[in-house]
Each structure stands twice: as structure tokens, then as C-alpha cells.
Write a protein that binds this ligand. Sequence first.
Ligand code: DGY
Length: 419
Amino acid sequence: SADLDKIAIDILQANDLGGYTIPTKGLYPYQWNWDSAFVAQGFATFDVNRGWQEIETLLQGQWDDGMVPHILFRKDDPTYFPGPSVWGTQNRALPSSGHSQPPVAASTVRLLFEKDQSATYVERLRVVFPKLLAWHRWYHTARDFDGRGVIAVMHPWESGRDNLPDWDGPAARVDTSGVGDYVRKDTSFVNADMRPRKTDYDRYLAILQFGRECNWDAEKIARDAPFYVADPGVTFIQLRADRDLLALAHALGETAALPEIEEWIARAEQGIELLWNPDLGAFTTLDLRSGVHGEGVSSASFLAPYAGICKARYLEPTLAHFDRMMSKVTYGVPSYDPDHPAFESMRYWRGPVWGILNYMIATGFAEIGETERAERIRKDTVALIEKSGFAEYFDPISGEGAGGNSFSWTSAIWLNWAS
Ligand code: DGY
């Protein structure tokens, strides 16, 4: 509706701190990586230039090795923990966290460029393209150190799906004895039942300490980090982003870059088999330390079509899980299997519905002709936002909003896709 359009635009503008956008005031007072990629899509519905600017400010934080951090701390804000002083990333482009987040940005840039290909945007694409290429190369080396064709995360925060039940097993091996005392800030904004537990936070901080102590060295992380788990979420988003980057390379005539990107795509199309959990009939995480698959179906399992992975052998069982999980909730898509004992309808990535996942899943479904399922996802997203506003995430059973409110990426996907 026009009213919700206006509210969504107002939220993006209120969270715009001057060329970069925060996810929501209080809880997340800095620029977050994949948030900005979705925010740019929202801005671009009414201001293409401002969409580009969001990506450009995000890339200002890029490290020399190509990594684009998950948080950019442009100014210190004591309402967030862990802030810039905890990460040990001085001497970088900007104060930042030490690991990345799902690489959505190239997919966004392709959308923006398709909206307007006039000379000024060709020029801006020329500047942004090599930075995206370097970031993708970083993911394909630092986080796929042995060239298996699947992308690992060294921290649950790097996956963007912080407290997914599939991280519980691998993270349980993290030694938290050196973490010491700390004060969380998130639970002063949001009901603790909607957030990760203290055991999770202890592990988050222990992994962070490992990264800081090795100065975020990719090889040390790949070999020795206490947490190193291949993630279908990042792997599928990366594969989609590689295809989009390839299209941009063609558009620019960047022929030198083509073979490298094509190789990443080919490797992932093979490698993805590693994430297929044959017992479950779904794509899950794979702990690269223990060789053990995650034991639950998550909403990232449904990103295969978005990544262009649609062999019947994968697709049929995946869609069967989708239909089963959707039949258990009022509003989809639940982030974790409602039939699994770890499911919690309000706790962050252990069950709630996330608009950005819905957008990506539905986009992939629509592209392979699964229009009914795609439309159910879109309608559920609309119903949730109409009922509960632009919340961070939603309870799939009650439809209540959860986490932060006046949330940028929920507003952005409303404008770009749901409305
Ligand atoms: C948080 O602070 O909860 C964020 O999700 C970390 O990226």
C-alpha cells in the first residue's frame, strides 16, 4: 500500500547517517555488510544514485586482501558490543570487524545497473567492479582454502545467521575459558528470548579472540580457527553473486576477468555436492573440522534455485521439505525446521521468518518456474509486514514482529520486492 511505501521510505531515510545506512537505531548503530546490500536495492526503487552510494560506502571498508568486513565502525557508539576496540583491526581502511558477511553486493550492483545504464553508472561500475572481484577472490581463497568449491565461515556472525542450530555442534568445541567478563548491549534493546544465549556469546567472543590474535590471517584461520564450517547460505549467495559478477564483466567488456569467475562457478557447481546431506535430503552445513553435516533443514537450504542449482535430484527433496515446513507455520519461510527439536519461533535464526531470505528464496523459485511457491512466500511477507510492521524478523506461528523495529532491510525488501 502507499502508506506502507511511505513508512518504508521514511525508515530508510531516518536510518541514513549520510551516505551509509544503519540497520536500526540502538541495536545496530553501524554499517552492516549484507544489510547495506539490501538497503541499496530499497533506495534504488526511488533513488538509484543513493543505491549506488550505499555500495560505494560499504566498499570503502575493504581490506588490502580484498575482504569486506561485516561491520564498519565509522564512529564509536558505546551502545553496541563488541565495538571497534574489541576487534584489533587498527591500521585498516576504516575501523571494522575482522571477518566478512554474505556477499550480496554484486547481485545488488547488477540490479542497480539494469535499472540505469547511462554513462555515469558505467563509470561507477568500472570503479566498483574490481573491488567486487577482489572480494569474491578473497572468499574463494580465504574461505575455500583447499579449493573444494564450498565457502566456509570462521564465525557464526560471518554467515549472517548467527545462532542457527547447525552451528551448535561445531561451536561446542570452542574453548571459552579465556573469554573473561563482558557486558552485552543487545539485550538492553531486545527481549533476551529473541536473541542468542550467553553460551553462544561466549563462543562468539572466543572465536573473535582467535581471529584477533592471528591478526585475521586467512591461512591460520583456515588451518586452526576453532570454528570453520562450510555454509550453504554463503555458498549459494556467493554462487549467485559470481553469476551476477560475470554478467557485469560481460557488460563492461572485462574479458580478462571472465575465466577466473567462470572457474569459481564451475567449482561451486561441483563442490555443492559436499553440502548435500544424504540422510536428510537437503543442503546443510558441513563442519570442515569434523566432516559432520548439520542435522536440520534451514531456510538457506531453499536458496539452491537462487544460486542456479536445480538438478531434480536436489530439487525434488528440497521442495518436499519446503512444503512440509510451510504446512507447519502460518507465515513462511521459517529459518529452521519447525519439526526439529531446536526450533524456537522467536529466537533469531532458530525459527523466525526473515524478509531478506524470503526475497532470495522466492526470486530463485520464480526463476525456475515455481511461481505458486514464490507467490506464497511473497504474500506471507506482505501479511507479516501489514500485521507487524517493519520488524527485524517475525514469528512464523503468531506473525508477531521480533528483534529491532523500524528495520532498514525489511523496509528495503518491501520496496524492492514485496509491495
Ligand atoms: C549482532 O550483533 O547480533 C549481529 O548480528 C552481529 O553481526
